[in-house]
Design a protein around this ligand. Structure first.
Ligand SMILES: [Zn+2]
Length: 354
């Protein structure tokens, strides 16, 4: 039997700190997209009505049954326009669905993770892309992964200034861009720090942290400051070294290659691109959750990266990832629960069972 975790009305006192019996059951309704009747509730404090559906990720969606298909396509190298053609949705609707799904998955990714086990080590690198226009608006995308399981901890895009060979036409284009948008900022240092901090959050209990990067001069200082000098073991690899399986940075190089292959907007020599970097961030969040929870680590493995790190006890399907809303931090309903277990109580239950 489903119990609503809280009152959805933000102005109600039962929204933040609900009492156990804050609601009253109020019958059912039938929805075309669900086989079973959906229970309705009333809040005893503010009197507002809501239903089980209010707590689903696809609450108020049109065509909710297409969400998991769209998720699969966007994580498999199909662009937004092509997905909209295949699913027979309008482009606008596809865009809005993508943003809603990706924002949900970003929260889910942050909610489901926990401290990393002691055998882990981290790998960090930046890849380059662009937003809108290749020769004037380049981006740097810092990526942090766990090396053994290939769990993608964080990736985000930051603007950098155009560099490299300057032709006359390119210079003119840059000036034109500056007149329109102002001088382009370089926010890559801030973004590198934010990405590494996501790793720091997961290793605070460990006595020693191993971090692999290339030899970029700003990394050692940032890494020492964030992870702490006494516990950091920083291994640098020259980026001129051949990118074979023997290269110590092979895991992150492979992750980057997969990201470029499976995220249409990062692919080289293609028409597809993010017009704004915040949508590239959303694309990265979407791909990260597919990589971490749906995919096996390698083709011969049975487990997903998140499973290997002990965050979950099984691989997830796209449908399971797109189940309960994740907008309440660790008190959100666990994606695998059918009743009312929050993420915290699910994790505690598993620890007790073990
Ligand atoms: Zn209420």
């Amino acid at each position: 039997m489903f119990h609503p975790p809280r009152c959805p009305n933000r102005r109600c006192s039962q929204h933040r700190d609900p009492w156990p019996g804050f609601f009253r059951r109020n019958g059912f309704y039938r929805a075309l997209c669900r086989p079973h009747p959906i229970p309705r509730f009333l809040c005893r404090t503010c009197g507002r009505g809501f239903s089980r559906q209010t707590f689903r990720m696809d609450y108020r969606d049109h065509r909710p049954s297409l969400n998991d298909q769209l998720f699969k396509m966007l994580a498999s190298g199909v662009g937004l326009r092509q997905s909209s053609r295949i699913l027979r949705l309008s482009l606008r609707c596809t865009e809005l669905k993508f943003r809603k799904i990706a924002r949900h998955l970003r929260r889910l990714n942050l909610n489901l993770r926990g401290p990393l086990p002691p055998w882990t080590s981290l790998q960090f690198d930046e890849l380059e892309g662009y937003e809108g226009r290749r020769n004037t608006r380049p981006l740097s995308v810092p990526i942090l992964i766990e090396k053994e399981t290939r769990y993608l901890i964080w990736a985000e895009a930051a603007p950098i200034r155009p560099r490299g060979r300057m032709s006359k036409a390119r210079r003119r284009a840059i000036l034109e861009d500056e007149r329109r948008y102002g001088p382009r900022k370089d926010l890559s240092a801030r973004s590198v720090e934010r990405t590494l901090r996501r790793g720091v959050d997961l290793v605070h209990r460990l006595g020693q942290v191993e971090l692999f990067t290339d030899e970029k001069s700003t990394y050692p200082g940032a890494a020492r400051r964030l992870f702490g000098e006494e516990r950091l073991v920083h291994r640098c690899t020259n980026s001129k070294l051949a990118r074979t399986t023997w290269n110590p940075l092979f895991p992150i190089n492979l992750t980057e290659a997969m990201a470029r292959d499976l995220m249409a907007r990062l692919r080289r020599e293609s028409w597809l691109v993010s017009k704004k970097r915040r949508y590239l961030d959303l694309g990265l969040a979407l791909w990260a959750s597919w990589r971490n929870y749906v995919r096996r680590r390698f083709n011969y493995d049975k487990e997903s990266p998140a499973q290997m790190l002990g965050f979950l006890d099984r691989r997830m399907t796209e449908n399971q990832l797109l189940s309960w809303r994740q907008d309440w931090g660790l008190r959100s309903l666990h994606p695998l629960t059918r009743t009312n277990e929050s993420i915290t109580s699910w994790v505690q239950g598993r620890i007790a069972a073990a």
